[in-house]
Design a protein around this ligand. Structure first.
Ligand SMILES: *Cc1c(COP(=O)(O)O)cnc(C)c1O
Length: 372
């Protein structure tokens, strides 16, 4: 096997045709409205409400600022229950609000926050739950909703992986008090950098829009210690164009998912992530789990792929709880995230993106099949 000249990355950003972007840019240059709720910003909010089947959306400069603002908008404080199996921005958004994260273990099948373990982590200081729809797989939203209601807690979903996902035909972003999206370059839908908060009512959206613009309500009045979280017109224009191609992009991802599943189904020791019937995926990631029967360890397989020009990633390893700023927390002293530790030790996310070629997919499969 010859070394590949160009590595295969775990993801490559989706870009719309450049010639179709030019008229949008000409429009921006013409009206000189670069940010602060320009025409494309408005159009993208409307288009996303339609596409995602949600009532209100506020566009942001990125997903992390959106998470930080969502917590602020709901006045969340004290302790928040969250998952260690996510990208570090989830719990960093808590620390930026001086909130103590309380890490609870994940379910071994969904890999999302385990609802059965939430109750025992609730204290008098708990004010909210921040679950993540990891790899776009919906959390157990009904169970989480019930616990939240019983204990008077807010629920903010980190839905950074869940663009366009449906649960029993309902858009997944309609659950909880707020849902937060990321439109970072690596995500299924990107605006280079970007993010959004989905709100259930106009009042909440209005408040969030104040918070993302320094707390201004008009030219001279500042009512909150807001932040600058506004999406600019260039990103909004890219988003409008991306949206025209999103269904096609998800279809291409789906075909890759099917090919991987078929190619891996008879390999002892390689397990694919579950695929529930009742939810509609966006095929944002393709995690596999390297188990004992496989002739190589997870890290050896990871290194082997890398040597052969395949840059798979061990999302989410290390767990968030391994990072230094979380080491002193009480919730991690009791070693209660065993399932998450196990999953993080076995996972590899394989390359998946719309333009991944058939030849590259087969090359990935070949390197996994012919072990060692
Ligand atoms: C990407 C991501 C974020 C952060 O979004 P940015 O737009 O990159 O700031 C937050 N949470 C999760 C789970 C993510 O994957």
């Amino acid at each position: 096997m010859t070394q590949k000249e160009k590595p295969i990355y775990v993801t490559e950003p989706n870009l719309p045709p450049l010639d179709e972007l030019i008229p949008y840019l000409e429009q921006i240059w013409k009206n000189k409205h670069l940010t602060n709720g320009g025409p494309f910003h408005q159009q993208l909010e409307d288009a996303l409400c339609d596409y995602l089947d949600v009532p209100y959306i506020s566009l942001f400069t990125n997903g992390t600022i959106a998470l930080i603002t969502a917590l602020k908008a709901l006045g969340v404080s004290g302790e928040v229950i969250t998952t260690p199996y996510s990208f570090v921005a989830t719990s960093h958004s808590l620390l930026w609000n001086d909130i103590t994260p309380v890490f609870v273990d994940i379910d071994p099948v969904t890999l999302n926050l385990d609802p059965d373990k939430i109750d025992e982590a609730i204290t008098s200081r708990t004010t909210a739950i921040m679950p993540v729809h990891v790899y776009g797989q919906p959390c157990e939203v009904e169970a989480i909703d019930k616990i939240a209601k019983q204990n008077n807690l807010k629920v903010i979903y980190d839905a950074a992986h869940a663009f366009g996902v449906k649960n029993h035909d309902v858009g997944i972003l309609n659950y909880g008090d707020l849902s937060v999206l990321s439109f970072h370059a690596t995500k299924v839908f990107n605006t280079f950098e970007g993010g959004a908060i989905v709100s259930p009512d106009e009042e909440t959206k209005y408040y969030i829009d104040q918070l993302k613009n320094f707390g201004f309500v008009n030219e001279t009045t500042v009512v909150e210690t807001g932040i600058n979280g506004k999406m600019n017109e260039f990103s909004a224009a890219v988003g409008l164009l991306q949206l025209q191609y999103i269904d096609e992009a998800i279809e291409k991802r789906k075909a890759i998912d099917v090919t991987y599943r078929e190619g891996l189904k008879n390999i002892a020791g390689i397990r694919c992530h579950s695929q529930a019937e009742k939810w509609q995926s966006n095929y944002s990631y393709f995690p596999i789990f390297v188990e004992d029967k496989y002739p190589l360890s997870r890290d050896d397989l990871y290194e082997k792929l890398k040597t052969n020009g395949i840059n798979a990633r061990r999302y989410f390893y290390p767990l968030i709880t391994e990072f230094p700023m979380y080491q002193e927390l009480a919730s991690i002293q009791v070693n209660n995230v065993k399932v998450a530790e196990d999953v993080a030790a076995n996972v590899i996310c394989l390359p998946i993106y719309p333009e991944l070629s058939k030849q590259d997919i087969l090359s990935v499969l070949e390197h996994i099949c012919v072990a060692p």
